[in-house]
Ligand binder design. Sequence first.
Ligand SMILES: C[S@@+](CC[C@H](N)C(=O)[O-])C[C@H]1O[C@@H](n2cnc3c(N)ncnc32)[C@H](O)[C@@H]1O
Length: 398
Amino acid sequence: MSGTDQAFSQLAALVSPIGRELLDRLARLDVTPETELHVGALLRREYPTELVTAALGQHELRRRAQQKFTRAQQMYFTRAGLEQATAEVIARHRAMRFAGALRVADLCCGIGGDLVALAPGREVVAVDRDPLHLRMAELNADAYGVGAAVTAVHADVREVELNSVDAVFVDPARRARGHRMRAGDSEPPLSWSTSLVNRVEAVGIKAAPGIARDAVPGGWEVEFIADRRDLKEAALWSPALAAGTSRATILPQGHVLLPLPGDGVEHRDPGEFLLDPNPAVTRAGLVEDLARSLGAWKIDAQIAFLSSDQPLCTPFARTLQVLDSGPWDQKALRPRLRALDIGSVDIRRRGLAGDVEDLHRQLKLRGTQRATLVMTRVDDRPWALICAPTSHSAGSAG
Ligand SMILES: C[S@@+](CC[C@H](N)C(=O)[O-])C[C@H]1O[C@@H](n2cnc3c(N)ncnc32)[C@H](O)[C@@H]1O
């Protein structure tokens, strides 16, 4: 039996009534890697050995998938399919861009992470050349109650005609044979995905957050998406779906920052508060736009920190209160921290080289308070700021 045939018969066994019963039992038993061996031995007395092995593997993937999907326990995954799948919160956000489309093609649908968010309220043609992923995408659409909206097509996306759809979403593979491809590479390549705009006006493409800006065609929008402060991915939107050249989106709330008219932002020494922009804002090149929207200033032409004398509250940055600020002087740092009764620091380095571990050792702090030590540049001079969190940064999206 070929590897694909074997994987298919395993999946068929897991989807059968006895397979589902076994997967449900594993979910109820809450099997973990520590208890797996013991539980496996007990279950092999009741179920066929191969089925127990397949179910334990699937259960482990479902456990991991809970970080991405609220219905993970009813879904089916391959390891590679799960790793590459879009998390529900991001897929839902991105699917909103297709609000006007009644029939969408989900090219390279994988196990259906995007599919389950695209399908509600429209028809979706799901295409993948991996038959196992495609079958899982169908099953996962059923798990979300949207299976009836999905037409699954087993094909190379290059061979699919797109006359009947009014929008296309593509999530090209960025891994092959278990390995990450080189930065910028994907299958199909980005140039193929962007050329789809010659066939369908409305195109969305998932891309790596490290995408080079010059890879984005003129007139397209690049959106950088963070889940809280974790930069997750980028999306490219063809002119028909674009609302500007770049955008930063912070999930789960869906806060959106777009370019603001105007140019230039004042550079000044730090004031009473330091703002550390969300990585999505920095990647989208919107630090100055954020400064203009908040009435904040930059502390250096090249450095992505902002400052203000007001305790600004924004989802797009973490706001820290500046307790001490001055040119970098390593000898003076210890007495300055001691005077503030600081016993431990998180060191944040931006634009200034230095061995953080070594600095931690040299500081030998003994106080009772915790602070953030920011090593950076102010007007191109090495600088140190000792900062405390504010209520405006605690637990916020920024
Ligand atoms: C990144 S995954 C898609 C993940 C999916 N959006 C999700 O959220 O689950 C990429 C998929 O592209 C498929 N793929 C790669 N090249 C393809 C091609 N030329 N034609 C069809 N499918 C392709 C792979 O089989 C894989 O399932």
